[in-house]
Design a protein around this ligand. Sequence first.
Ligand SMILES: Cc1cc2nc3c(=O)[nH]c(=O)nc-3n(C[C@H](O)[C@H](O)[C@H](O)COP(=O)(O)OP(=O)(O)OC[C@H]3O[C@@H](n4cnc5c(N)ncnc54)[C@H](O)[C@@H]3O)c2cc1C
Length: 399
Amino acid sequence: MDLELKPEELVFQKEVRDWFETVLPEGHDMKGKTLITQTKEETSWWQSQLHEKGWGAVGWPLEDGGTTWSDPQKAIFQAEAARAQSPHQSPFGITMVGPVICAFGSPELKAQHLPSILDGSINWCQGYSEPGSGSDLASLRTTAERDGDDYVVNGQKIWTTLAHWAEWIFCLVRTSNEGKPQQGISFLLIDMNSPGIEVKPIYTIDGAHHLNEVYFTDVRVPASNLVGEENEGWTYAKFLLGNERAGIAGTGMIRNGLENLKNVHDYLNETAAESYQADAFERRHAELSVRAAALETLENRALFAEEGSGEGLILPLPMKALGTELQQDMGDLAYDMLGNESSIFYDSEFAPTASDNEPNYRSQAPMMTHTMLFNRASTIFGGTTEVQKGIISKFVLGL
Ligand SMILES: Cc1cc2nc3c(=O)[nH]c(=O)nc-3n(C[C@H](O)[C@H](O)[C@H](O)COP(=O)(O)OP(=O)(O)OC[C@H]3O[C@@H](n4cnc5c(N)ncnc54)[C@H](O)[C@@H]3O)c2cc1C
């Protein structure tokens, strides 16, 4: 779906493009970075830059610090961010818990949390999954028992991305065993500095520490940290998952990745003794580009979905499945091209950075290797591909 821009949208596009060129000039070492190759400080820095400009949370309501942008403006912003090889905002605050607090949180919770999410000073993590409760999330067993003005939380979360950075965690907890499992779940905000919380690292195949186990032992949480109503957490959890899935599809990352693949191929052609065949590269790159264009069409459909049509809720499912498979196939092409060179490019130190006199590919290639390895997980987190397809077949195709 091509976006035909109206004159005022072209003006807006120029404003956005100029801003990206000012904060991320050519050669800036944050270009092309992603959440898993950025440091905590870099992620906070990028959020603060966007916030200063008033673009920290474009999808939030205006009164909570968002924008009044139209759908075409949001699409232009995303396209320009991708064009500028913009680094990533942390999704946990901006895309996940922030919109939940905006929609369902008390005025006190909004005043307490939204400003520090917007300016990037506080980091969040997501406490949904537990051992034995991933796809079957509603079976979760971490309990929160009411005791006076507090809840007392006991249990364990797992695969908690960047919990070791986070000052706060949003958790699904069990507050009742009555009725269906979904009916006894609540959505609780917990300060990671509370006594009784222990964070243990899990190392992934890229050699880095992104993931954790989080243990809760008699953790006292003020009851005022409950979002919305007790036992209504499943509703808020599903609202959040729709936003999460659309984000994981990663169209911006895919556009950057397709460009990076070309850079690496050009470099190898010039330098490597045995370069990856040009015609094979062109064929595979073209096939990936066609799939990326199809994904963009879905993204635009979701963005421009008519209110009440249900498309905005349904489309993130195929977007997540298609986008993550595409990311993995792009990684495979990078690896096939790099061959032995990938070990030269692979820097086991987390978050490699470019120096000024290095050509672009050198900063991109180690990141590509990290990303390629980490992306094995992208068809798992945020709901596995099998589960997405199951939901599509049941609720969309009626099978
Ligand atoms: C890198 C990474 C980061 C993550 N970050 C977070 C995070 O920050 N916070 C968080 O809460 N969680 C996080 N997760 C957890 C993630 O959400 C779960 O891994 C995911 O939901 C799958 O759950 P599971 O691992 O328990 O696998 P299981 O649910 O046990 O699934 C195992 C296999 O069975 C298949 N399967 C299960 N049920 C069905 C079904 N009904 N139909 C067909 N096939 C099925 C699955 O597709 C999968 O192949 C992360 C996971 C990874 C890998």
